[in-house]
Structure formats: C-alpha cells, structure tokens
Design a protein. Structure first.
Length: 219
C-alpha cells in the first residue's frame, strides 16, 4: 500500500491493483461512511480522525469479479457466469455486457468504474443485496442509500452520499453499473418472475453460494 500514491492505475487489471487504485481515488476511506482505512492511517497515507475511529476496508465489486470466469471448461461456476451475461442482454443491458462481458475486447471486471471502497460491514450488506445506491436526479455521482425492508438503518450508514474522486484521472463508480444493480434489486423485491435470474447475478440477500463466492483471500 505504501507505493499506491505514486502508482495508481486508471485501468487496473487484477484485484490487487484495483484495490490500491480505488483506495487512492477514495482518499483511503470507506465511500459510505468516510471513515479512514486502518492500514492507510498506520502508514501515514491519510490522517486519522479525532475520535480514533477507523475502518477495515474491502474492495467491493458492483458486478462480481467471478463473472470474468467464463472460459470453456464445463464447471458449474463457469456455466453460471456465462449465463449471467445472457440474462443481462435479455434485460436490455447490452451496453454493460459490451464493457464488462466476455465478448468485449479487453473486458475487465477489475476496472475502477466497477468497484467501491467499503468498510467490511458495509461490504457484506452490499455484497448480499441488502444495500444499493439510487441516483439523485440532477446531482452527478450523488446517491440515496437504500436498505432492504428487513433492515433497520444503522447509525453509521447515511441516507445520502456524494462520490468524489480524490485523484485526477481515476474514474468513479459507474452510475450505469449502480443503476443496473439497483434495478435488479428492485426486480427481486417486487418479484416480476425474474427473481431467480437476479439471484444468479447478484445474490438473493443471503450469503453467496460457495461456487459463486468471491475469493475472500483477494479481498
């Protein structure tokens, strides 16, 4: 992490480099709470806060990085990852498939537009579709933070957040990707006959099945 200020990458190609670049972009803080990352504070990359609060952050993918695993092979995980892109095309998200899907030249789920730096607790809520972001009309990169009806809003999760890039040239999370994520959660909640399809893409509000779980060692 010590070298991340000097070498942030606009187009990272793996989990380690995107996590590093995202931390620089996000000022070494959780994008929801604004609380600084513990390791970054320890390395003097960012100042701590007066009350000593800190976050153990995770690099959260909007579209799971496991969806890049669609090579010919025949395993269940590869089959379901390939199925996701077919489902997204049928939902009308061809633009997303063109940027992230396996058919795109240079496709990369580790792009900065597809990741958010989040505190570990919030990462889990987002990862299991209990939290999503709805764009505020007329205010670029400003989002209302929505929670599943089963949740009581914790004091550390605000109702609204403004995303800001703290490094020139490092792009923020894509409003389009967050829109698809939010729309998919809405479809799942309202049950429009597409629940199973949405569960395959983002999960069902419960822990992700082992075969589609992101590698925890990478986070």
């Amino acid at each position: 992490m010590e070298d991340c200020r000097q070498d942030p990458q606009r187009t990272p190609r793996n989990h380690t480099s995107v996590k590093t670049s995202a931390l620089v972009r996000d000022n070494y803080r959780c994008m929801v709470t604004g609380v600084p990352d513990l390791d970054a504070v320890s390395l003097n990359l960012t100042p701590g806060v007066p009350d000593g609060n800190f976050a153990v952050t995770r690099c959260s993918h909007i579209f799971p990085d496991v969806l890049g695993n669609v090579e010919v092979g025949g395993s269940t995980m590869k089959y379901e990852a390939a199925t996701v892109w077919t489902i997204l095309q049928r939902f009308g998200y061809r633009d997303v498939c063109a940027e992230l899907g396996p058919a795109a030249q240079g496709a990369n789920l580790h792009r900065l537009e597809n990741v958010i730096t989040l505190d570990t607790k919030i990462h889990h809520i987002f990862d299991t579709m209990r939290m999503w972001f709805e764009a505020v009309e007329g205010q670029p990169n400003c989002y209302n933070i929505k929670l599943a009806p089963s949740m009581v809003r914790p004091s550390f999760i605000p109702k609204r957040v403004q995303f800001v890039s703290h490094h020139p040239g490092l792009p923020l999370p894509s409003p389009r990707y967050l829109e698809v994520h939010a729309t998919s959660r809405d479809r799942m909640e309202k049950g429009k006959g597409k629940r199973c399809a949405v569960e395959i893409i983002f999960g069902d509000g419960s822990p992700v099945p082992k075969r589609l779980r992101r590698s925890k060692a990478q986070q």
